[in-house]
Design a protein around this ligand. Structure first.
Ligand SMILES: [Zn+2]
Length: 454
């Protein structure tokens, strides 16, 4: 259990208490009375037993009296990972849920996204969404912005300023007939993607990186998809998009790309399926398509709130896992109305139970499995599992300090409960009042100096 490998500096903080996380082998591992040290670079320097505090303090050079002890009903868990969220749609989250996808995009989404050419509007919304998601325990977010390069760069700056780990995508779309000014030419899309990548990388933000973002196949010409595949390859970048969300969309893709056998083929053909690709939804993917996902290392973001809210479909997450496709959770704000991954946990369990109602033989996801999807699974989806996702020595300390019995919080405890019960209660009943501290790369980002959401 004790290991100093991967440590890169003196131990800066040491915590003692219950730590709950997942490993690839075990959906839920509870470490009671554990001692975890974080080095000055924000990485986990060691994790050991509380009773060995003296020995560990000598080995790692910390003062046992400075160890921070968790209270009863408290535990640490890895930070939540939102693998799919539209920062630009946050302003109307919680509304506009009365239409299917394609109509919803034309009626609500494109008109709102077109406003992000106004940088002051963008600053307001992006500040709100970064603060709110951090409060909700999202230590890493994979964001869609809009087609506007400067506003997308601003989102990267805001995430960096507040200390959130983020992938940020400037949206690419050279096909859209519904909103006149919300479309790029092929050349604009390519040039602005180059500029976005170059300028964001030049900022050298330690935790914020660009992601190549074709909105989805119906918004892009083949020429654009091809160029984006090349850009991602030449710069070794992440790619994100949507796939197989809704039945009408499948028909549209069939009509627009008659030469492709499946929706998956459209992306595959243009080198957009890689081990750094995150595709949202996938509700209607065939087993054959899931096999292509596994072979290419492409991952899926399960966004159940959105899938229910827009009546898109129900992802068979068990089937995805059986195909050994990397799977994580996404809020898909604002198709999903909640910006909290805790909500995604609950909706993922609901989705699995709906499938069980339809087929009593169905192997329902357990809360432990969904906990893993929200943390370690998300890190695998973003190909960041060498850095985050659980409390392995050498990884960055991205963590939530959870107090299940927080004063004024939503959970009442009648008696002292075991950690596993505390986690289950938090996942099902908890909210930001229970998330008393949030750490990203060892830095405490919640509470921060300015806590008010403007
Ligand atoms: Zn989406």
């Amino acid at each position: 259990m004790i290991n100093s490998e991967g440590s890169s500096g003196p131990v800066a903080q040491v915590f003692r208490g219950t730590f709950i996380h997942s490993t690839p082998q075990t959906a839920l591992q509870v470490l009671e009375d554990a001692l975890l040290g974080v080095d000055s670079a924000g990485k986990i320097a060691f994790i050991g037993k509380g009773e060995n505090v003296l020995e560990l303090s000598q080995k790692f050079g910390f003062n046992p009296s400075e160890v921070i002890k968790l209270a009863q009903h408290e535990f640490f868990m890895p930070g939540l990972i939102d693998t799919h969220i539209h920062a630009s749609q946050y302003s109307y989250a919680g509304t506009a849920l009365d239409m299917p996808l394609l109509k919803w995009l034309n009626t609500y989404t494109f008109p709102v996204e077109s406003h992000f050419k106004d940088l002051e509007f963008a600053r307001k919304v992006y500040t709100q969404v970064v603060k709110r998601t951090l409060r909700n325990g999202t230590t890493t977010a994979c964001y869609f912005a809009t087609i506007h390069t400067d506003a997308s760069l601003l989102l990267g700056q805001i995430a960096n300023d507040f200390g959130q780990r983020a992938l940020v995508g400037k949206v690419c779309m050279d096909r859209n007939d519904s909103v006149e000014h919300y479309r790029e030419t092929l050349q604009e899309s390519v040039d602005e993607t180059h500029r976005f990548i170059k300028e964001l990388l030049n900022k050298k933000y330690p935790l914020v990186k660009p992601v190549v973002t074709p909105r989805f196949a119906p918004s892009c010409t083949e020429a654009l998809l091809k160029q984006l595949g090349t850009i991602a390859k030449n710069n070794n970048l992440h790619i994100q998009s949507h796939i197989s969300e809704n039945i009408d969309e499948l028909e549209l893709v069939k009509n627009l790309f008659p030469d492709s056998e499946t929706y998956t083929d459209v992306y595959h053909k243009f080198n957009l399926l890689t081990d750094k690709t995150i595709m949202a939804h996938g509700c209607h993917l065939s087993d054959k398509e899931l096999t292509v996902f596994r072979e290419t290392g492409t991952s899926l973001s399960h966004c159940p709130n959105s899938n229910f809210s827009l009546c898109s479909g129900i992802l068979d997450a068990r089937n995805v896992l059986n195909h050994k496709v990397k799977l994580g959770l996404g809020t898909d704000v604002a198709g999903g109305y909640s910006s909290s991954i805790l909500d995604a946990v609950r909706r993922a369990l609901d989705a699995s139970k709906v499938l069980t109602i339809q087929n009593p033989e169905y192997q329902t996801l357990t809360f432990e499995e969904v906990f893993r999807l929200a943390t370690l699974g998300g890190s695998q989806v973003l190909s960041l599992d060498d850095k985050i996702g659980n409390f392995e020595v050498g990884k960055d300390f991205d963590a939530l300090r959870v107090n299940v019995a927080a004063r004024g919080g939503p959970i009442d405890l009648v008696q002292c409960e075991a950690p596993k019960i505390l986690l289950e209660k938090f996942l099902n009943l908890g909210d930001d009042r229970n998330i008393v501290e949030v750490f990203v790369a060892g830095r405490k980002v919640v509470p921060c100096a300015d806590q008010t959401v403007e």
